[in-house]
Design a protein around this ligand. Structure first.
Ligand code: BYC
Length: 328
């Protein structure tokens, strides 16, 4: 329901169309004030935040699945411990973000119901499978690397609870990115087969990682208004460019080839020219037709159904407690 209502914020509101209250709110945002839960905010601002924070929270939770898949098969005890810790961190990130969304008047249960009913999304990247151990390296290096690129600026986002959640999340994400790179280093310095696995993982995760930043700016529905409200601090294309510029030298250091024949340094712009991802594939994945969409939502649905008795138990306990307090 929240996801549907927010579609109306796709166009940028001009100063002339703002009520005095909305103009005063925009002045606060422009001045760099943090907006807190008790402050007045335009309905569109609140709904955009619920959509973005909710989608972000769902991504952290669903994002545990492709990596959790490798916990039992990690090659050493040390790698297993590290991976368990990382996957637990992602659960924590999801919980901070659901809490941040709750300050906007929506419960975690409502958000989960919206996800399961297909009214909310989670990041497209988690609809791709992790086929080999090298994929766990590529996920940490590229997926967490892209996540950091997107999330570091979000520490300065205008909504206080979201900005504060991001500070802690970013610290942990940077450890995640390093553990991924460390797996890749090990693989490229291993046997020829292991090196090949590392290249294959890069080949499969490169473009899906570029898609994480969202559609190109000309097709991004929400960017203009979200940037005016400082919910987003950068455009999708700006962050994608920064990610490519940061990641290509890392691939070179690993001795791996980025799977893009058009990739070249552009002296004039001070960044790489690169091929766009296949946007048809991106929209197919968003529509539920990616390689793992059904599996991921199936796993979330199962967890929701399996947890029903816990929710019922907690409700019964809360009601009993309320009755006791009322009687006293
Ligand atoms: N996947 O107007 P646009 C992690 C949708 S988890 C799916 O540009 P916006 C990790 C978009 O929602 C990191 N959908 O949208 C966890 C919109 O559709 P609706 C997750 C996407 O919001 C575990 C439509 O396309 N990070 O790192 O201005 C293990 C038009 O797009 C995607 C976050 O969530 C996508 N990639 O910008 C390891 C960051 N891209 O809603 C790692 C917070 C776009 O109108 N989110 N869409 O139906 C954001 O920064 C922004 O929401 C986005 C999109 C940049 C993603």
């Amino acid at each position: 329901m929240y996801a549907q209502m927010v579609k109306s914020t796709g166009t940028l509101m001009s100063r002339e169309d703002m009520s005095p209250q909305e103009a005063a709110f925009q002045d606060r945002v422009d001045a760099g004030d943090k907006i807190e839960p008790q402050d007045w905010m335009p309905e569109g601002y609140r709904k955009t935040l619920i959509r973005q924070i909710g989608q972000h929270a769902h991504s952290e939770i669903v994002g545990q699945l492709p990596e959790g898949n490798w916990i039992t098969r990690a090659p050493t005890l040390e790698r297993k411990q590290i991976l368990i810790a990382k996957v637990q961190d992602e659960a924590g990130h999801g919980l901070y973000l659901y809490c941040a969304a709750e300050t906007l008047g929506v419960s975690r249960d409502e958000l989960t119901e919206d996800l399961l009913a297909g009214r909310m999304k989670y990041s497209s990247i988690f609809n791709y499978p992790t086929l080999t151990w090298a994929d766990i390296g590529a996920v940490g290096w590229l997926v967490d690397g892209a996540a950091i690129m997107n999330q570091v600026p979000l520490q300065r986002t205008s909504y206080g609870p979201y900005a504060r959640a991001m500070v802690r999340i970013c610290k942990e994400e940077s450890f995640h990115q390093r553990q991924g790179y460390s797996i890749m280093m090990k693989m490229v310095n291993g046997t020829p087969e292991q090196r090949e696995m590392a290249q294959d993982a890069l080949n499969r995760f490169w473009y899906p990682s570029l898609m994480m930043f969202g559609p190109s700016d000309k097709d991004s529905v929400h960017s203009a208004q979200s940037m005016a409200w400082k919910i987003k601090m950068n455009s999708n294309d700006e962050l994608r460019q920064k990610f490519v510029d940061q990641t290509v030298p890392q691939a070179e250091y690993l001795g791996l080839t980025v799977p893009d024949p058009e990739l070249r340094w552009n002296e004039e712009k001070g960044g790489y020219d690169f091929s766009e991802p296949d946007w048809d594939e991106f929209y197919q994945v968003l529509r539920g037709n990616g390689p793992c969409n059904a599996e991921r939502i199936g796993a979330r649905q199962k967890a929701w159904d399996d947890g029903a008795w816990v929710r019922e138990g907690l409700m019964a306990h809360a009601e009993k407690h309320a009755r006791r307090v009322a009687a006293e």
